[in-house]
Design a protein around this ligand. Structure first.
Ligand code: C2E
Ligand code: MG
Ligand code: MG
Length: 309
């Protein structure tokens, strides 16, 4: 996935960007229409309930306990290069099984943790655990290139000591594995990012850390600004994969794959569940995938091969 060596004129690139922008606007319209239809379909059914403040406070209290007792765990999900047939990264995904609440999904507890500020401690636990697990995940011919990706929220990046904590923690780890780490930040955070956080990400990139734009397609990134943002990798949101049978979406993914290649970025499709998804993505030029088709997120033990004694 390196930058193409074939020369591309600025006008060709400009035309391609305009085309992608037009296609994305059409996609936004199609998605809005689909959502409207789904909403109409559900009308009359039970309203979707927003969690109450009381419920969130209880989750926050239980999370406090889980953080103190070290009850949060990590699962890892591989990302596969279909051409090389090689796993090139694992994404660390936080899991919480509470004695009273049962399994609480990240969509709930990460949101609560962001609201309460507990997310900072979640992130500290995640980095520490990833650094402990890294050598077990890096094995075989993939070891030299393999990355482990960690999701970070805006609140974490905005901590005054985020950079010093991160650098110090990795520096104090044997092998100082900056080249094996990746930071995932959702597209919407990139849009809200100020110059200070952009500069922070660039300093981390200079150390060898890779930055991924997560859930691409869920925000409204201006293509005109995209080149100014510090990222090395784009993770296509699952909504693209779900709608790939639409020729328009197929063309958008094709154009994005071309743009990614021209700019030397890695493009990975998330939420790839079926062989049909995989084949359609490959047809569109997107050859790196993550999803249940390859493997579900699973504890470290699933990814560790028995080492010779
Ligand atoms: P994400 O970073 O976009 O992670 C991908 C999500 O898609 C994960 O959900 C994963 O389990 C799910 N997924 C993977 N393959 C498939 C598939 O083929 N089909 C479907 N339908 N889903 C698939 P999960 O684990 O529930 O995490 C949800 C979100 O919570 C993550 O989205 C991420 O934004 C956030 N998150 C998870 N762990 C952490 C963390 O440690 N820190 C922070 N700040 N956020 C986290
Ligand atoms: Mg992610
Ligand atoms: Mg994602």
């Amino acid at each position: 996935m390196t930058s193409s060596s074939s020369p591309t004129s600025a006008s060709q690139l400009g035309a391609l960007q305009d085309e992608v922008q037009a296609l994305r606007m059409q996609l936004a319209r199609v998605t809005a229409e689909r959502d409207r239809l789904l909403h109409d379909q559900r009308a009359g059914g039970a309203p979707i309930e927003k969690p109450s403040l009381g419920a969130d406070a209880h989750v926050a209290a239980r999370l406090e306990r889980a953080l103190a007792q070290g009850d949060l765990q990590l699962h890892y999900q591989p990302e596969l290069d279909l051409v090389a047939d090689r796993v090139f990264a694992y994404e660390a995904l936080c899991r919480w099984n509470d004695a009273e609440l049962g399994a609480v999904g990240p969509d709930t507890f990460i949101r609560v943790a962001e609201e309460t500020g507990q997310i900072v401690r979640v992130g500290r636990m995640v980095l520490a655990q990833v650094l402990r697990d890294l050598s077990d995940l890096r094995h075989g011919p993939e070891a030299a290139e393999l990355r482990v990706a960690i999701n970070f929220s805006m609140q974490e990046l905005s901590q005054p000591d985020f950079e010093s904590w991160f650098i110090e923690t990795v520096t104090n780890t044997p092998g100082q594995p900056f080249n094996h780490l990746e930071i995932e930040i959702t597209e919407s955070v990139f849009q809200r990012m100020d110059a200070e956080i952009r500069a922070l990400l660039m300093r981390l990139q200079a150390r060898g850390i890779r930055v991924a734009m997560d859930d691409f397609g869920t925000g409204y990134s201006s293509l005109a600004r995209l080149h100014m943002l510090p990222f090395d990798k784009i993770k296509l949101d699952k909504q693209f994969v779900r709608t790939l049978n639409d020729p328009l979406v197929h063309e958008i993914v094709r154009a994005l794959a071309q743009l990614a290649q021209k700019f030397g970025k890695v493009l990975v499709a998330e939420g790839v569940e079926t062989q049909l998804d995989r084949d359609r993505l490959r047809d569109a030029g997107c050859t790196c995938v993550q999803g249940y088709l390859v493997a579900r997120p699973a504890p470290l033990a699933q990814w560790v091969v028995a080492k010779p004694s």
